[in-house]
Design a protein around this ligand. Structure first.
Ligand code: HEC
Ligand code: HEC
Length: 201
Protein backbone atom coordinates (compact mmCIF):
# COMPACT_ATOMS: atom_id res chain seq x y z
CA UNK A 1 0.00 0.00 0.00
CA UNK A 2 2.94 2.30 0.74
CA UNK A 3 4.21 1.70 -2.79
CA UNK A 4 0.86 1.88 -4.57
CA UNK A 5 -0.96 4.59 -2.61
CA UNK A 6 1.86 6.53 -0.99
CA UNK A 7 0.81 9.03 1.71
CA UNK A 8 -0.22 8.23 4.46
CA UNK A 9 0.80 4.57 4.17
CA UNK A 10 4.42 5.33 3.30
CA UNK A 11 4.68 7.34 6.53
CA UNK A 12 3.95 4.39 8.80
CA UNK A 13 7.15 2.88 10.22
CA UNK A 14 6.66 -0.93 10.30
CA UNK A 15 9.07 -1.00 13.29
CA UNK A 16 6.29 0.43 15.47
CA UNK A 17 4.80 -3.08 15.51
CA UNK A 18 8.02 -5.01 16.09
CA UNK A 19 7.48 -5.36 19.84
CA UNK A 20 3.96 -6.78 19.45
CA UNK A 21 5.34 -10.33 19.38
CA UNK A 22 4.92 -12.54 22.43
CA UNK A 23 1.53 -11.07 23.29
CA UNK A 24 2.97 -7.50 23.12
CA UNK A 25 6.53 -7.17 24.36
CA UNK A 26 6.55 -10.73 25.69
CA UNK A 27 3.70 -9.96 28.11
CA UNK A 28 1.57 -12.90 26.93
CA UNK A 29 -1.51 -10.69 26.62
CA UNK A 30 -3.40 -10.08 23.36
CA UNK A 31 -1.90 -12.26 20.59
CA UNK A 32 0.43 -9.83 18.79
CA UNK A 33 -0.81 -10.58 15.28
CA UNK A 34 -4.35 -9.64 16.36
CA UNK A 35 -3.13 -6.31 17.71
CA UNK A 36 -1.43 -5.49 14.44
CA UNK A 37 -4.37 -6.69 12.32
CA UNK A 38 -6.78 -4.61 14.44
CA UNK A 39 -4.60 -1.52 13.85
CA UNK A 40 -4.48 -2.23 10.13
CA UNK A 41 -8.29 -2.52 10.03
CA UNK A 42 -8.46 0.79 11.91
CA UNK A 43 -6.25 2.52 9.36
CA UNK A 44 -8.74 2.05 6.57
CA UNK A 45 -12.22 1.97 8.13
CA UNK A 46 -14.53 4.10 10.26
CA UNK A 47 -15.04 3.44 13.96
CA UNK A 48 -18.17 1.32 13.65
CA UNK A 49 -16.65 -0.86 10.92
CA UNK A 50 -13.43 -1.26 12.91
CA UNK A 51 -15.38 -2.63 15.86
CA UNK A 52 -17.44 -4.99 13.72
CA UNK A 53 -14.52 -6.42 11.73
CA UNK A 54 -12.16 -6.64 14.70
CA UNK A 55 -14.77 -8.51 16.78
CA UNK A 56 -15.25 -10.94 13.91
CA UNK A 57 -11.49 -11.43 13.51
CA UNK A 58 -11.08 -12.14 17.23
CA UNK A 59 -14.02 -14.59 17.27
CA UNK A 60 -12.60 -16.34 14.20
CA UNK A 61 -9.21 -16.57 15.97
CA UNK A 62 -10.60 -18.23 19.10
CA UNK A 63 -12.67 -20.71 17.01
CA UNK A 64 -10.02 -21.65 14.46
CA UNK A 65 -7.81 -24.74 14.86
CA UNK A 66 -4.38 -23.08 14.62
CA UNK A 67 -2.17 -23.08 12.66
CA UNK A 68 -4.67 -23.30 9.78
CA UNK A 69 -2.12 -22.35 7.12
CA UNK A 70 0.89 -24.33 5.94
CA UNK A 71 3.59 -22.91 3.63
CA UNK A 72 3.72 -24.75 0.31
CA UNK A 73 5.76 -27.92 0.45
CA UNK A 74 6.10 -27.83 4.25
CA UNK A 75 4.82 -30.35 6.77
CA UNK A 76 1.39 -29.58 8.24
CA UNK A 77 1.54 -28.92 12.00
CA UNK A 78 -0.86 -30.31 14.60
CA UNK A 79 -3.82 -27.96 14.91
CA UNK A 80 -5.65 -26.90 18.05
CA UNK A 81 -8.63 -24.69 18.85
CA UNK A 82 -7.55 -22.34 21.65
CA UNK A 83 -10.79 -20.56 22.62
CA UNK A 84 -8.97 -17.38 23.57
CA UNK A 85 -7.34 -14.35 22.00
CA UNK A 86 -4.58 -14.31 24.60
CA UNK A 87 -1.05 -15.21 23.55
CA UNK A 88 -0.35 -17.15 26.73
CA UNK A 89 -3.45 -19.31 26.39
CA UNK A 90 -3.08 -19.76 22.63
CA UNK A 91 0.56 -20.82 22.75
CA UNK A 92 0.41 -23.06 25.81
CA UNK A 93 -2.69 -24.93 24.64
CA UNK A 94 -1.01 -25.57 21.32
CA UNK A 95 2.24 -26.70 22.96
CA UNK A 96 0.35 -29.26 25.04
CA UNK A 97 -1.57 -30.53 22.03
CA UNK A 98 1.51 -30.58 19.78
CA UNK A 99 3.42 -32.61 22.36
CA UNK A 100 0.79 -35.34 22.05
CA UNK A 101 1.05 -35.35 18.24
CA UNK A 102 4.82 -34.98 17.95
CA UNK A 103 5.24 -37.60 20.69
CA UNK A 104 7.55 -35.42 22.74
CA UNK A 105 7.46 -32.15 24.58
CA UNK A 106 7.65 -29.11 22.30
CA UNK A 107 9.79 -26.47 23.95
CA UNK A 108 8.46 -22.95 24.22
CA UNK A 109 11.75 -21.60 22.88
CA UNK A 110 11.92 -24.29 20.18
CA UNK A 111 11.76 -23.82 16.44
CA UNK A 112 8.29 -25.38 16.08
CA UNK A 113 6.69 -22.88 18.42
CA UNK A 114 8.13 -19.93 16.49
CA UNK A 115 7.08 -21.47 13.19
CA UNK A 116 3.58 -22.14 14.54
CA UNK A 117 3.16 -18.48 15.57
CA UNK A 118 4.49 -17.30 12.19
CA UNK A 119 1.86 -19.46 10.46
CA UNK A 120 -0.89 -18.18 12.75
CA UNK A 121 0.22 -14.63 11.95
CA UNK A 122 0.10 -15.26 8.19
CA UNK A 123 -3.40 -16.79 8.46
CA UNK A 124 -4.62 -13.91 10.64
CA UNK A 125 -3.28 -11.38 8.17
CA UNK A 126 -5.10 -13.18 5.34
CA UNK A 127 -8.32 -13.34 7.35
CA UNK A 128 -8.18 -9.61 8.14
CA UNK A 129 -7.79 -8.83 4.43
CA UNK A 130 -10.70 -11.13 3.56
CA UNK A 131 -12.90 -9.34 6.10
CA UNK A 132 -11.93 -5.91 4.74
CA UNK A 133 -12.59 -7.05 1.18
CA UNK A 134 -15.98 -8.52 2.13
CA UNK A 135 -16.90 -5.22 3.81
CA UNK A 136 -15.73 -3.22 0.80
CA UNK A 137 -17.82 -5.45 -1.49
CA UNK A 138 -20.85 -5.05 0.81
CA UNK A 139 -21.06 -8.80 1.50
CA UNK A 140 -19.64 -8.99 5.05
CA UNK A 141 -21.59 -11.29 7.35
CA UNK A 142 -20.57 -12.41 10.82
CA UNK A 143 -19.95 -16.17 10.91
CA UNK A 144 -18.64 -16.59 14.46
CA UNK A 145 -20.24 -16.26 17.88
CA UNK A 146 -18.88 -15.57 21.33
CA UNK A 147 -18.26 -18.64 23.46
CA UNK A 148 -21.54 -19.78 25.11
CA UNK A 149 -20.27 -19.09 28.64
CA UNK A 150 -19.88 -15.38 27.84
CA UNK A 151 -23.54 -14.99 27.01
CA UNK A 152 -24.51 -17.06 30.06
CA UNK A 153 -22.34 -15.13 32.53
CA UNK A 154 -23.29 -11.77 31.03
CA UNK A 155 -26.99 -12.46 31.63
CA UNK A 156 -26.20 -11.46 35.22
CA UNK A 157 -22.83 -9.69 34.98
CA UNK A 158 -23.55 -7.56 31.87
CA UNK A 159 -24.84 -3.98 31.96
CA UNK A 160 -28.44 -5.22 32.16
CA UNK A 161 -27.82 -7.83 34.88
CA UNK A 162 -28.29 -7.68 38.68
CA UNK A 163 -24.78 -8.81 39.69
CA UNK A 164 -21.47 -6.92 39.64
CA UNK A 165 -21.17 -5.46 36.14
CA UNK A 166 -18.18 -6.36 34.01
CA UNK A 167 -17.28 -6.01 30.34
CA UNK A 168 -15.51 -8.46 28.05
CA UNK A 169 -16.01 -11.05 25.35
CA UNK A 170 -13.22 -13.60 25.87
CA UNK A 171 -14.33 -16.92 27.36
CA UNK A 172 -14.98 -16.35 31.09
CA UNK A 173 -14.31 -19.95 32.03
CA UNK A 174 -10.79 -19.86 30.61
CA UNK A 175 -9.89 -17.88 33.73
CA UNK A 176 -12.77 -18.38 36.17
CA UNK A 177 -12.77 -22.14 36.52
CA UNK A 178 -15.91 -23.95 37.55
CA UNK A 179 -14.24 -24.42 40.93
CA UNK A 180 -13.79 -20.76 41.80
CA UNK A 181 -17.07 -19.99 40.05
CA UNK A 182 -18.75 -22.54 42.26
CA UNK A 183 -17.39 -20.88 45.42
CA UNK A 184 -18.81 -17.58 44.23
CA UNK A 185 -22.23 -19.04 43.38
CA UNK A 186 -23.36 -20.99 46.42
CA UNK A 187 -21.76 -24.25 45.25
CA UNK A 188 -23.36 -24.20 41.79
CA UNK A 189 -21.31 -24.67 38.62
CA UNK A 190 -22.31 -23.04 35.33
CA UNK A 191 -24.46 -25.99 34.21
CA UNK A 192 -26.35 -25.99 37.48
CA UNK A 193 -26.98 -22.28 36.93
CA UNK A 194 -28.63 -22.84 33.52
CA UNK A 195 -32.17 -22.83 34.98
CA UNK A 196 -31.53 -19.49 36.65
CA UNK A 197 -30.12 -18.08 33.42
CA UNK A 198 -33.20 -19.22 31.49
CA UNK A 199 -35.53 -17.65 34.08
CA UNK A 200 -33.71 -14.31 33.83
CA UNK A 201 -33.70 -14.32 30.04
C1 HEC B 1 -27.82 -16.23 37.69
C2 HEC B 1 -26.99 -15.04 37.72
C3 HEC B 1 -25.49 -15.26 37.60
C4 HEC B 1 -24.84 -15.94 36.60
C5 HEC B 1 -25.43 -16.68 35.42
C6 HEC B 1 -23.44 -15.82 36.90
N1 HEC B 1 -23.24 -15.07 38.03
FE1 HEC B 1 -21.45 -14.59 38.86
N2 HEC B 1 -22.42 -13.78 40.45
C7 HEC B 1 -23.79 -13.58 40.54
C8 HEC B 1 -24.09 -12.93 41.82
C9 HEC B 1 -25.47 -12.53 42.29
C10 HEC B 1 -22.83 -12.78 42.49
C11 HEC B 1 -22.61 -12.19 43.89
C12 HEC B 1 -21.79 -10.90 43.88
C13 HEC B 1 -22.13 -9.92 42.78
O1 HEC B 1 -23.22 -9.31 42.79
O2 HEC B 1 -21.34 -9.80 41.86
C14 HEC B 1 -21.81 -13.32 41.58
C15 HEC B 1 -20.46 -13.30 41.84
C16 HEC B 1 -19.47 -13.60 40.92
C17 HEC B 1 -18.06 -13.37 41.12
C18 HEC B 1 -17.43 -12.77 42.34
C19 HEC B 1 -17.64 -11.28 42.27
C20 HEC B 1 -17.07 -10.53 43.43
O3 HEC B 1 -17.55 -9.40 43.64
O4 HEC B 1 -16.16 -11.03 44.08
C21 HEC B 1 -17.41 -13.76 39.99
C22 HEC B 1 -15.93 -13.72 39.71
C23 HEC B 1 -18.44 -14.25 39.08
N3 HEC B 1 -19.67 -14.12 39.67
C24 HEC B 1 -18.19 -14.74 37.81
C25 HEC B 1 -19.15 -15.36 37.03
C26 HEC B 1 -18.86 -16.08 35.82
C27 HEC B 1 -17.49 -16.22 35.19
C28 HEC B 1 -20.05 -16.57 35.36
C29 HEC B 1 -20.29 -17.48 34.15
C30 HEC B 1 -19.56 -18.74 34.19
C31 HEC B 1 -21.08 -16.13 36.27
N4 HEC B 1 -20.50 -15.41 37.27
C32 HEC B 1 -22.43 -16.37 36.10
C33 HEC B 1 -24.73 -13.94 39.61
C34 HEC B 1 -24.48 -14.71 38.48
C1 HEC C 1 -7.97 -13.34 31.28
C2 HEC C 1 -8.63 -13.90 32.45
C3 HEC C 1 -10.08 -13.50 32.71
C4 HEC C 1 -11.14 -13.59 31.83
C5 HEC C 1 -11.13 -14.05 30.37
C6 HEC C 1 -12.30 -13.16 32.56
N1 HEC C 1 -11.96 -12.82 33.83
FE1 HEC C 1 -13.19 -12.07 35.26
N2 HEC C 1 -11.63 -11.71 36.45
C7 HEC C 1 -10.33 -12.13 36.23
C8 HEC C 1 -9.49 -11.73 37.34
C9 HEC C 1 -8.01 -12.05 37.49
C10 HEC C 1 -10.34 -11.05 38.25
C11 HEC C 1 -9.97 -10.41 39.57
C12 HEC C 1 -9.78 -11.46 40.62
C13 HEC C 1 -11.03 -12.17 41.01
O1 HEC C 1 -11.96 -11.55 41.51
O2 HEC C 1 -11.10 -13.41 40.80
C14 HEC C 1 -11.68 -11.07 37.67
C15 HEC C 1 -12.81 -10.54 38.28
C16 HEC C 1 -14.11 -10.74 37.83
C17 HEC C 1 -15.31 -10.33 38.56
C18 HEC C 1 -15.35 -9.66 39.88
C19 HEC C 1 -15.42 -8.17 39.65
C20 HEC C 1 -15.54 -7.38 40.93
O3 HEC C 1 -15.81 -6.16 40.79
O4 HEC C 1 -15.40 -7.93 42.03
C21 HEC C 1 -16.37 -10.70 37.79
C22 HEC C 1 -17.85 -10.52 38.11
C23 HEC C 1 -15.85 -11.34 36.60
N3 HEC C 1 -14.46 -11.32 36.66
C24 HEC C 1 -16.62 -11.86 35.61
C25 HEC C 1 -16.11 -12.28 34.37
C26 HEC C 1 -16.93 -12.60 33.23
C27 HEC C 1 -18.44 -12.57 33.21
C28 HEC C 1 -16.08 -12.94 32.22
C29 HEC C 1 -16.43 -13.34 30.79
C30 HEC C 1 -17.08 -12.29 30.00
C31 HEC C 1 -14.72 -12.83 32.75
N4 HEC C 1 -14.79 -12.42 34.04
C32 HEC C 1 -13.58 -13.11 32.02
C33 HEC C 1 -9.88 -12.80 35.12
C34 HEC C 1 -10.61 -13.01 33.97
Amino acid sequence: MAEELGDPFNLIPPEMYAHFSGGIAGYGSLCGCLSVAASAIGMVSDRETQGKLTQELFKWYKDEAHPCWTPEGEEEYPREVVNSILCHVSVTKWLKHAAEEFGERVEFSGEERGERCARVTAATCKKAIELLNAEADGVFESEHNLTDDVEDCMTCHGDEGDATVTHGSDSCLECHSDVDISDDHGGLDINEMKDKIDQIK
